[in-house]
Ligand binder design. Structure first.
Ligand SMILES: Cc1cc2nc3c(=O)[nH]c(=O)nc-3n(C[C@H](O)[C@H](O)[C@H](O)COP(=O)(O)O)c2cc1C
Ligand SMILES: [Mn+2]
Length: 491
């Protein structure tokens, strides 16, 4: 990592340079709603959820809350920054999309063709150092931390966040989204699911009787959140991954206590240590499958000793809850593209599309469309899609369909499952797969789940004799469109 005084040359690309830049663009698009006077206590959480439930897929605006009762004007909260095709495409530097599939394809094309990690570069100082609270000055309640769902166990400062820790055995920095609850003015609780990189790393410190140094960014560039909440490969630096997608590096400053890399343009970052031998009750919390899934549990605490924040800081809010919610649309797009890319890198040919449905929280109901090329191709597709790293955690259903089925259309998928699938033969189970205590269908440890793979393709052996689809041919349709266009434009 080179140490530079100047900021990076980002003038060559018309891309956002930080969250505030990004929000200006979202406002220009007409996809930002600013709301004054909304209460941190349940109101922000309810609105974040309800705009997703009460709008069509991917049509919910980003919400920016200001003048939050009890807090100074300018101390803001943001919900759903990239949760639409257009906002996500802009964040990723893709052309204006006509729908989610354009963004999935552009992402997968980038991964296949030109993607490279761009490591962060260190600078001497950055906006995140505009204010620093140290030791006794730390008071997390100075920020309008939301109480998100009615039965949560507390206020969650970390939901759209980056928990930044260093692997003690290497230089690897892992940045990941884990929920962070506030216990008191300088103590938090954190919940990490077994198998997550942060948890694996944290245990290395704990097993040596040490606390785990941590920095937690709770308001930042949406590409950082995108990298932090997706399953990126073990050993990969999410800051470099996000940089690769932005096309120029993220700038970092070193934290005062532990020398951890802090995104220099983050809005608010907490620093401290996680203690393995000191726990407090954490949760419950409304979670991504749509339930208060795990009970209250004793979890390690974090002692916060530094808070770095910009003037008029923006806290970012992601609200897991019954889907759709304020990150599931962007999750669906990115995860679909990552699975597509990973199965191809594992050697799978003929992939025509992937879609991780929002109703499955972008994880639990995934469809892969292929042009069948050989006997066994469909099974290989299902197994890879459900077990590549991007598709593995907490899956439930993987459906394989032929290339004439649009994987984003539940209508098409249900039709394929209804007419090209022989359940006893075409449904297999994978047992003992990677899941989480948040999985509603698991009653206790060891948190492994079972999942189904469904072959809803025309049976290979009968592919060429399978009944012809009864639908007007493309040629006939085109002719009718030309002749009776008015009829269709009115539909
Ligand atoms: C809003 C949101 C909250 C999340 N909270 C948690 C959490 O509390 N614990 C957890 O283990 N994973 C959580 N995740 C999922 C992880 O961020 C995701 O699995 C990520 O890949 C973990 O990073 P890692 O692969 O570096 O461990 C959350 C994801 C989102 C979008
Ligand atoms: Mn990771």
């Amino acid at each position: 990592m080179s140490k530079k005084k100047s900021t990076v040359d980002s003038t060559a690309v018309d891309r956002h340079k930080n969250l505030r830049d990004f929000l200006d663009r979202v406002e220009e698009m007409g996809e930002l709603r600013q709301l004054d006077g909304v209460d941190w206590n349940l109101e922000m959480g309810a609105l974040a959820e309800m705009v997703c439930h009460e709008s069509r897929e991917g049509k919910s605006p980003a919400l920016l809350f200001d003048k939050i009762p009890g807090y100074p004007k300018g101390f803001r909260v943001l919900s759903g920054a990239t949760n639409s095709s257009r906002r996500l495409a802009y964040a990723l530097g893709f052309p204006e999309p006509s729908g989610p599939t354009d963004v999935v394809k552009a992402f997968r094309d980038r991964m296949r063709a030109e993607f490279e990690l761009i490591p962060p570069i260190e600078i001497e100082s950055g906006p995140v150092f505009e204010n620093i609270d140290r030791d006794d000055e730390v008071d997390l309640y100075k920020f309008p931390i939301p109480f998100i769902h009615e039965f949560d166990g507390g206020r969650y400062i970390g939901t759209d966040d980056l928990v930044i820790i260093r692997d003690p055995d290497s230089d690897w920095i892992n940045s990941a989204t884990y929920r962070v609850m506030v216990h008191d003015k300088n103590t938090c609780g954190i919940w990490m699911s077994p198998g997550k990189h942060g948890r694996i790393i944290r245990e290395k410190y704990f097993s040596k009787g040490k606390s785990c140094p941590v920095a937690i960014s709770v308001g930042q560039d949406p590409l950082l959140f995108m990298a932090a909440n997706q399953e990126i490969d073990y050993g990969t630096d999410e800051l470099a991954y996000a940089g690769g997608h932005r096309g120029f590096p993220f700038e970092i400053v070193k934290s005062e206590l532990h020398g951890l890399p802090l995104p220099a343009h983050s809005e608010i970052i907490l620093e401290g240590e996680i203690f393995g031998n000191e726990t407090r009750p954490e949760g419950p919390f409304g979670e991504f499958m749509g339930y208060y899934a795990s009970e209250v549990s004793d979890e390690p605490i974090i002692k916060i000793k530094r808070v770095y924040y910009r003037n008029d800081p923006i806290l970012c809010l992601a609200s897991p809850a019954r889907p759709p919610n304020n990150f599931t649309y962007s999750r669906a797009i990115v995860k679909s593209a990552m699975i597509w890319d990973e199965v191809e890198k594992a050697g799978l040919p003929g992939v025509k599309g992937v879609w991780c449905h929002e109703a499955g929280a972008g994880r639990l109901f995934n469809v892969i469309a292929i042009k069948q090329l050989y006997a066994g191709h469909a099974k290989q597709s299902a197994l890879l899609a459900s077990n590549c790293h991007a598709g593995n955690y907490a899956g439930r259903w993987t459906i394989v369909v032929d290339e004439d089925i649009d994987p984003t259309s539940m209508f098409d998928v249900i039709w394929a499952m209804s007419t090209r699938c022989d359940p006893p033969k075409d449904i297999d189970y994978i047992r003992g797969a990677w899941s989480t205590p948040l999985d509603t269908m698991i009653e206790g440890p060891p948190y492994e789940n079972n999942r189904a793979i469904v072959d809803a393709c025309r049976p290979w052996g009968r592919k060429d004799t399978f009944p012809t689809v009864a639908e007007a041919s493309p040629k006939l349709k085109e002719k009718m469109h030309q002749k009776y266009g008015e009829l269709f434009s009115a539909l």
